[in-house]
Design a protein around this ligand. Structure first.
Ligand SMILES: [Zn+2]
Length: 447
C-alpha cells in the first residue's frame, strides 16, 4: 500500500468526521470518472463528473469538468479518469459479529464476551467497506453487538458501512436460532436468555416486541432448520402457521419488515403465505414457491457465497463440522445455485446477499461470479447489489444509484463490470458519504 494511501485509510479508521480541518463553507468534492454507471440497469455513461456537497451528490455532468468550471474553485478533486465508477455496493445478508463456523463457532459461543465480539464486528465492518460495500443488512447476532455498531457508525463515532440491523434472530425452541443446540442440558440456561425463542403465537408476538424494544430496523426469523443448526433435525419447516403469522403481524404493527431464513419448500411457502418481505437462502424451491414469490412480490436473497465458506473450512480441517452438520453442508454445496437458476427467468425479485460470516468478510464480491454462473447477467447481478438491495433495505432515497440528493457512496474498479463481474473483487477506491475510505490505486493491488 502506498504511504499516503495508508494514511488515508488510517485517518478514515480513526478520525471521526469533522476532526480534519476544513476550509469554511460546505465541503465540495469533484469526482472525475472515466466511465460511470450511475444508475445500474441503464446503460453506463462515458466520461462524467460527479459534484458532491456535504457527503451528498449535488449533480452528475457529462465529461470531465474542472473544479473551477463546475463553479467550485475550492473543491477537492478526485481523479478517477482511468477508472470505472459505480454506486457503493449493498449486501443484504451479513453477520458482522463473527466469521467462525462449525465446531469453532460452538467454542466461540462459550468463550467470547460481548465486548470481544464488538471489536470483531468493527474489524469485519472495515473489511466489508474496503471491499466496496457501503451499506449492509445485518441479519442476526447476540447481545446487540451490531446494533451498537450501527448507531456508532450513524453518529460518526467510527467509520463503517451504513448498517440496517435485525438484532437477534427469532426461531422456535430447537430451531435454527437456539444457540444451546449441541450443548449439555445444564448449560442451556447458563448460556443465554433465550428470549429470541418462541413457541406459540403469544410467545412469538412477545419475541418480536422485545427486538423492537431494542431498536432493531427489521425482524429476522427462521421457519426451517439451518445448515449450521447443530442437530440433525433436517432443513424442513420448524414453525407453525399461527407462529409465523403472529410474527409478521406484530412486526407490521411497528412498521418493520421481516426477513426469513428458509431452506425447504414447506418453510418458504409458510413464510410467503404469512406475507414476509424476503426469503434468505431458499435452497429448494418448487413451482408453488415461485408462484408465491411472483404473487407477493417478496425478494429472494440467494446467499450462494456460503458454499465458499464451507469449502474453505473443510479444506483447512476435514473435521470442521460435526457429522450431523456435515451432511447438511455437503447437500448445500451440491444444490446451491439451482434455485437462482429457476427464479431468474420467472422474474422473481432478487437482492444481492452473501451471508458473510459463514463466508469470509471482505470477500462479499465473490457472490457476483456465482450469481452469473447461475443465470444472471452481469447487469442483473449489479442491479441486485445496488438498486434492488437498496429497495429491500428501505434505502432507495439514500443509496443504490448516484443521483442528486443521494449519499455520495461510490467505488471505482479497473475494467468494465458489465463485461466481467470479477473486476468487482478488486475494488481500488471506496468513498462513503463523500469521504475517501480506501484508495489503493497503483499500490500493488492486482488489477
Ligand atoms: Zn445468515
Amino acid at each position: 500500500m502506498r504511504r499516503n494511501a495508508l494514511l488515508i485509510v488510517l485517518a478514515a479508521l480513526s478520525a471521526p468526521a469533522g476532526v480534519v480541518a476544513q476550509p469554511p463553507g460546505p465541503r465540495i468534492v469533484v469526482v472525475q470518472a472515466g466511465q460511470l454507471l450511475d444508475r445500474p440497469g441503464r446503460p453506463a455513461r462515458g466520461a462524467s463528473t460527479i459534484v458532491i456537497r456535504e457527503g451528498r451528490v449535488l449533480e452528475v455532468r457529462d465529461g470531465h469538468i474542472a473544479a473551477a468550471a463546475a463553479g467550485f474553485p475550492e473543491a477537492e478533486v478526485v481523479d478517477l479518469r482511468d477508472r470505472y465508477v459505480l454506486p457503493g455496493l449493498i449486501d443484504s445478508h451479513v453477520h458482522l459479529a463473527s466469521d467462525t463456523g462449525g465446531v469453532a463457532s460452538q467454542l466461540e459461543e462459550v468463550q467470547l464476551e460481548p465486548p470481544a465480539k464488538a471489536y470483531n464486528a468493527l474489524v469485519n465492518a472495515h473489511k466489508t467497506l474496503a471491499a466496496g460495500f457501503t451499506s449492509v443488512r445485518n441479519l442476526g447476532d447476540r447481545d446487540g453487538v451490531t446494533l451498537a455498531l450501527r448507531d456508532a457508525v450513524r453518529a460518526g463515532k467510527v467509520v463503517g458501512p451504513n448498517i440496517v440491523d435485525a438484532g437477534t434472530s427469532i426461531s422456535t425452541t430447537a430451531g435454527h436460532m437456539d444457540t444451546a443446540l449441541g450443548f449439555r442440558d445444564d448449560l442451556r440456561d447458563a448460556l443465554d436468555r433465550h428470549d429470541n425463542l418462541c413457541d406459540g403465537p403469544d410467545a412469538c408476538r412477545r419475541a418480536v416486541r422485545l427486538q423492537v424494544a431494542r431498536g432493531v430496523d427489521l425482524i429476522k426469523i427462521a421457519t426451517t432448520g439451518g445448515v449450521n443448526s447443530r442437530i440433525g433435525a433436517g432443513l424442513g419447516r420448524q414453525m407453525f402457521e399461527d407462529e409465523a403469522r403472529a410474527i409478521v403481524e406484530t412486526a407490521r404493527l411497528y412498521g418493520k419488515k421481516v426477513a426469513v431464513h428458509a431452506h425447504g419448500t414447506d418453510g418458504v411457502k409458510l413464510a410467503l403465505l404469512a406475507g414476509v418481505d424476503s426469503i434468505e437462502h431458499g435452497t429448494v424451491l418448487d413451482e408453488e414457491c415461485i408462484a408465491l414469490f411472483v404473487k407477493t412480490g417478496a425478494w429472494y436473497v440467494p446467499t450462494l457465497s456460503t458454499v465458499n465458506g464451507y469449502l474453505e473450512r473443510i479444506a483447512a480441517d476435514p473435521n470442521a463440522y460435526s457429522p450431523a452438520v456435515r451432511a447438511k453442508v455437503d447437500w448445500r454445496i451440491r444444490v446451491t445455485g439451482e434455485s437462482l437458476a429457476q427464479v431468474v427467468p420467472r422474474g422473481v425479485k432478487v437482492a444481492f446477499g452473501t451471508d458473510a460470516g459463514v463466508s469470509k468478510h471482505g470477500r462479499n464480491a465473490d457472490e457476483f461470479e456465482l450469481m452469473v454462473k447461475y443465470g444472471m447477467t452481469p447487469s442483473q447481478a449489479l442491479v441486485a447489489a445496488t438498486v434492488s438491495a437498496a429497495e429491500l433495505l428501505g434505502l432507495s432515497e439514500e443509496a443504490g444509484t448516484l443521483e442528486p440528493g443521494k449519499r455520495a457512496d461510490l467505488i471505482a474498479v479497473t475494467g468494465d463490470p458489465l463485461r466481467d463481474v470479477t473486476v468487482l473483487k478488486r475494488v481500488s477506491f471506496v468513498m462513503k458519504d463523500g469521504v475517501v475510505f480506501r484508495d489503493v490505486r497503483g499500490a500493488g493491488v492486482p488489477q
